[in-house]
Design a protein around this ligand. Structure first.
Ligand code: NAP
Length: 488
């Protein structure tokens, strides 16, 4: 089956959200859909059908959305009249996904012949039953699309199980596995920076690049997600998906075109080229951490063990730092350092490309450290900076590092859509490029699973780190022994 877009078919669009009362729907999906509507990026025919088990009539649901979702829309992107128009698009259908007859209510609410996009914003354990029951109710056809939220499995076996189950009813071209990092402007810009310019690409390899760092630091703790998080940990929650996807965009070869498969083929090659570590490599090149009591945002905060629903003896990692290699010509011997954690000093996601220093130290006063770095900041603000050496004004040849700042905010004085909005619009338009293909997802698990198994064999406690810090000391040693340091 080939997926088609509304522009191709002229079909009305029914966007169905499973988990329409949930946290993700309220905080991200509905505000993103509102914003897409405000900026004219939803077809005029759109209807949004939220589903959940609670008994609500339409008015009560709209009131709930106005109370719980509206607050997540930035003030400068809000307009009362448009909000009223947006609410007109919304319906609510009470539906327990375990009950086949409830899907009759959804069939009744959905317009015959509409293009249906199903957003599965529920626990992944419900994905199989949702897809089966949608198909049994005659609600899946060649125009349907399904969006799958993370976590897509707990390991390779469970990811295969989900993929098989969804794949029985939806062709791969109808499946949108979302990773919101791929919707970030800066991440998409990285592809343009690399492949739309000729000055960077010749340098984009060993030995010109000496290391790559990718950090996704969260300031928040596990909060109300502790029950889920304790069975998951940072490797499954963040590294296997978000950090590996970022690594793929940094490391991929130029695709032959921008078609979804051409791009995803290249990302897949990266994942398959990631070095498989031995147990000794895992012990040496990975650091697991767990936060203890500390100060975050000027407030005393509890350690992971004191969080509600965390077992006293939990060994779940809330922090991971690791060194890995991509065994290809381009990246031979270039270390890739990945780091993520909760309760870190501040929310900050960035990619740092560290270039090799000039081969000959011509200037005696050259400061120590790295001459050139390309720093791509993804969170909290998006920015791209190239750190270069410049001569300080005055006599002599004193040098100083300065940043060549790619000021995209000034260059493009236009709104930058939030990642979920951009990705939802991609789904509506049938653009798969920034979504994960099945083989990519499974290749990521193939790499992550043995590391997690290695940790179980080693059976070590995670290293403690104070909440509000940049992680355990061992994470700094990991880079220091190669002559690098984390760029904060
Ligand atoms: P949540 O607040 O617990 O919402 C889950 C929703 O699933 C609830 O609204 C619940 O609706 C619905 N549900 C549960 N059992 C159901 C059933 N038998 N029939 C129909 N509906 C059922 O979870 P969430 O935070 O929104 O997350 C949703 C998914 O997205 C999860 O897989 C999560 O891991 C993932 N995710 C969340 C975030 C985030 O920021 N929240 C970020 C990334 C990924 P009722 O109780 O009303 O039936």
């Amino acid at each position: 089956m080939k997926s088609t877009t509304e522009q191709d078919t002229g079909l009305p669009l029914d966007m169905v959200i499973f988990g329409g009362m949930g946290d993700l729907a309220m905080r991200k999906l509905l505000p993103a859909l509102y914003s897409a509507f405000l900026h004219g990026n939803l077809p005029a025919s759109t209807r949004i059908i939220s589903t959940g088990r609670q008994e609500f009539n339409r008015e009560a649901y709209l009131a709930h959305v106005s109370e719980h979702s509206r607050t997540f829309i930035p003030k400068d992107n809000f307009d009362d009249k448009t909000w009223d128009g947006f609410l007109h698009l919304l319906e609510y259908v009470r539906l327990d996904v375990q009950q086949a007859p409830d899907f009759g209510a959804l069939a009744a609410a959905s317009r015959p012949g509409a293009q249906r996009v199903y957003y599965l914003s529920t626990a992944p354990s419900l994905f199989t039953t949702i897809c089966e029951k949608l198909a049994a109710a005659g609600l899946v056809d060649e125009h349907s699309r399904v969006v799958l939220e993370k976590p897509l499995g707990h390991d390779l076996a469970s990811a295969i199980e989900i993929n098989e189950a969804v794949g029985k009813h939806f062709a791969e071209s109808q499946i949108y596995r979302i990773d919101h990092y791929l919707g970030k402007e800066t991440v998409q810009n990285l592809m343009v920076l690399r492949f739309g310019n000729s000055i960077l690409e010749p340098l984009w390899r060993a030995p010109n690049i000496s290391s790559v760092q990718i950090t996704v630091a969260e300031e928040v703790g596990v909060g109300s997600r502790a029950g889920f998080y304790d069975g998951t940990g940072a490797m499954r929650d963040m590294v296997q998906n978000h950090l590996l996807q970022l690594l793929c965009i940094v490391a991929m070869e130029p695709p032959t075109s921008l078609s979804p498969d051409a791009v995803r083929d290249e990302k897949l090659k990266v994942l398959r080229s990631l070095r498989r570590p031995t147990l000794a490599d895992i012990a040496r090149d990975t650091v697991r951490g767990q936060y203890v009591q500390g100060v975050s945002g000027n407030q005393e905060v509890p350690g992971y063990h004191e969080e509600k629903n965390v077992p006293e003896d939990s060994k779940t990692e809330t922090f991971v730092a690791l060194r890995t290699f991509i065994d290809t010509w381009r990246w031979s011997k270039v270390p890739f350092y990945l780091r993520t954690g909760k309760r870190m000093a501040r929310r900050s996601s960035k990619i740092v490309i560290e270039f090799a220093n000039p081969p000959f130290p011509l200037f005696p006063d050259m400061p120590g450290g790295v001459a050139n770095r390309l720093v791509m900041e993804l969170q909290p603000e998006e920015a791209i900076k190239l750190q270069i050496m410049a001569k300080q004004p005055g006599s002599g040849m004193q040098m100083q590092q300065v940043a060549l700042n790619l000021d995209l905010q000034s260059a493009f004085q236009q709104r930058r859509a939030e990642a979920y909005e951009r990705l939802l619009v991609d789904v509506v338009r049938g653009r798969l490029t920034h979504f994960m293909r099945r083989d990519e997802l499974e290749a990521a698990w193939e790499w992550a699973d043995p590391i997690i198994a290695g940790w179980q064999t080693l059976n070590e406690k995670p290293h403690p780190y104070a909440a509000g810090s940049w992680g355990p000391a061992e994470a700094f040693t990991l880079l220091a022994r190669d002559g690098f340091h984390w760029v904060e």
